[in-house]
Write a protein that binds this ligand. Sequence first.
Ligand code: AMP
Length: 463
Amino acid sequence: MSGPKHSCGIVGIAADSDVADAIYTALMVIQHRGQESAGISVFRDGTITTVKGDGLVDRAITKDGMSKLAGKIGIGHVRYATTGSKGNENAQPIAVKAYKATISVAHNGDITNYPQLKEKYMAEGRTFLTDSDSELILTLIAKHRVGCDDEVAAIRAAMEELDGAYSLVILINDRLFAIRDPYGFRPLCLGKVSGGYMAVSESTAIDAFRGELVRDVLPGEICEIFKDRVESHPMERSHPHARCMFEWVYFARPDSVIDGIEVYQVRKNIGRILAREHPADVDLVMPIPDSGRAHAIGFALEAGIPYEEGFMKNRFVGRTFILPEQKLREAAVSNKMIPIKGTVAGKRIVIVDDSIVRGTTLKILVSMLRDAGATEVHVRIGSPPIIAPCYYGVDMKSRDQFVATKLSVEGIRELIGADSLGYISIDGLVEAIGMPAEELCLACTNGLYPTKIENEAQRPSSD
Ligand code: AMP
């Protein structure tokens, strides 16, 4: 597996005027998909110019950087923060000079056969500068272009070699391509905006321009994006799908629509189903902000119990999940979320969150609620227990990280100090998304992987 993980955000725009400002805006809208680094590549006069840096979009891409980015076609990237993967070498887009072209790529996902392919190409004498699977994608496309005057055929040939998760935007000179792997693990959609067309990880970025969501890129499809149209090169053979359930549960913004299904609605459905599967006799329903909000609204509506915002979140504290040590994570959670005493004192409360990974967040928040005077604290979780690693781009990497591989639900309830604990069932989650289970990747909850992964079980419906 490649070192850094790529649950990132990508965008590509072709328009009748300069695109860097619009790419910057889109990256700000999908900032939640990655806070470690950001970058933009644009093409003009035979050259691709790239500006990238560490941190949030407004730090990574300075005013000075923006002034260098003239061009009517370009791509952008925000990189997810994961422990130990810092450094500008991993920032994207990555641009290289290739045979009769400059190519730049922005990638969301993880290539699962990266080590094997890298080894194979190194044995053939090719060299690599980074440990990034995105560089491998560039290498493969560059290689297949030689002796082939059809860019789409070259990309298709590269795709035939790649396994795993990849949503991509690629500039090959002045041509822009948007690609989704044949399983459709990570989202990518197409939008029509004033003066052009765009491809972006989440539809909310199209809404930010008051544009029109045209459709999602289909799994396995290569789309070429022009300023006035999109040309489709669909995959010719049928292929199993495996859309990541965690996009709907946690990762994507609630105002996005993925493969025709709105994230907010799914989260509300999850809350409703949770209320049916694990009812609670309480006075209040409260979310863990921000990710548990829509789940909690659904729960409250279904149960007919008042909804309250009983935790205030300090939005200036960064992600606690990625801090390297347990002590740091615990301290950060305590500083980040403070209960509103007047709301919680003397109340029986159910709190709703999207997921439990290590159990850090809930252990602390349950005890804070008790300190603030809550008489009962019940916990409901919008995903089934996370028991298996993600190889397709979400930062949940090792089994020993997951509390649910070590403890039963009752054991976890005891650990977090709740009066009761209920997770949504896998069937309930599938119903909430509204897509057949065979179309989804549920591997982190059932250990059945849609692609071949060494030492892991494969789900029956896949190649
Ligand atoms: P934990 O505290 O380790 O149980 O993690 C669960 C909390 O982290 C939940 O509140 C989730 O919203 C959040 N979370 C779950 N998965 C991820 C992830 N891959 N990256 C960042 N945050 C996550």
